[in-house]
Design a protein around this ligand. Structure first.
Ligand code: SF4
Length: 307
């Protein structure tokens, strides 16, 4: 019997940094610290920070004037900064921005493409704060977001209907690498293979139909490790927050290999019968899962299986 734990599992540097910023801000501030939205998509992390006196608000109107405020790792549209500024909260005054630099990179890529005449389309989740934030840097609510590779037809329809001569596709940082490949393949199948890859440094913007690989490296590492383990495992445990896009992608990736996969948030959800007659057990975790949760899960699996 073996227990395989993904080498890259749990917090990525962007999530670690966001938590550090929130904790340090709350520690130094004499006033209450507000975080706009879920700082990271993990319920336990949020509860821990709430215990440290941090208040999470979903509605920006609930942040009082002059309040010490932290912005989440997923990035925000310009409208958020404007609204906060009207409350006298900005970078010079009480605002700590925990946006991950790799999300900012996607914003910058999208803006540069737009400024060079491209209609920018996002491969991402329509309700995810990162895609919403990126879309506001392009065309606001009118930015076209495609969620699934199977929806490639809607991308072609959007291009043809509007007669766009230059189109660029970028991805939310936490999407599936295989899913992005599949989307481009599906589009190209019915679009005369027109879409070509443009490197992240955006050299050669003379091409009319391009896609840029903006999935972040920590997401890629977690996906490839999960793939490695899922190929060998009889059962896979994927740990991550319910709203965590990258964790859900890991569970989907594991299922692609036909292995029995359970997506859990905490050790309490493990069931002994999942491990009956299983020889090879795999464990992986999304980028917002704390080490303590991963360790609790692996310890409990060892206990159940008498490893
Ligand atoms: S998953 Fe990627 S983009 Fe998101 S916080 Fe982590 S490193 Fe940054």
């Amino acid at each position: 019997m073996s227990l395989m734990v993904a080498k890259h599992a749990g917090f990525c540097f962007g999530v670690k940094k966001a938590i550090e910023i929130a904790e340090e801000t709350a520690l130094k501030s004499k006033e209450k610290t507000y975080v706009y939205g879920q700082l990271v998509h993990n319920e336990r992390v949020i509860e821990d920070l709430q215990k440290k006196g941090i208040e999470f608000v979903e509605n920006i109107d609930d942040i009082p004037e002059n309040a010490v405020t932290v912005l989440r790792a997923h990035g925000e549209p310009g409208t958020t900064y404007k609204k906060l500024k009207s409350k006298n909260i900005d970078n010079n005054n009480n605002l700590k921005d925990a946006t991950c630099p790799l999300v900012t990179l996607v914003h910058n890529v999208a803006i540069k493409l737009k400024n060079n005449g491209y209609e920018v389309i996002i491969f991402g989740k329509k309700n995810h704060p990162e895609s919403i934030g990126t879309s506001y840097h392009i065309k606001g609510k009118d930015t076209f977001i495609v969620e699934y590779p199977e929806d490639s037809g809607s991308v072609i329809e959007h291009i043809n209907k509007n007669n766009f001569g230059k189109v660029a596709i970028v991805s939310q940082t936490t999407m599936s690498v295989n899913g992005y490949d599949k989307l481009i393949q599906n589009i190209n199948k019915n679009f005369n293979d027109k879409f070509e890859q443009l490197s992240l440094n955006l050299k050669d913007m003379g091409k009319n139909f391009v896609f840029v690989d903006t999935i972040c490296n920590p997401t890629k590492q977690r996906q490839s490790d999960t793939e490695e383990i899922a190929k060998k495992a009889d059962v896979m445990i994927v740990i991550g927050g319910k709203n965590s896009s990258n964790s859900k992608e890991l569970a989907a990736k594991s299922k692609e290999f036909g292995v029995q996969t359970y997506f859990i948030q905490s050790v309490e959800q493990l069931k002994e019968e999942w491990f009956n007659n299983k020889e090879n057990i795999g464990v992986t975790a999304g980028a917002s899962t704390p080490d303590i949760t991963i360790n609790e899960v692996t310890d409990r699996i060892k206990e159940i299986t008498s490893m």
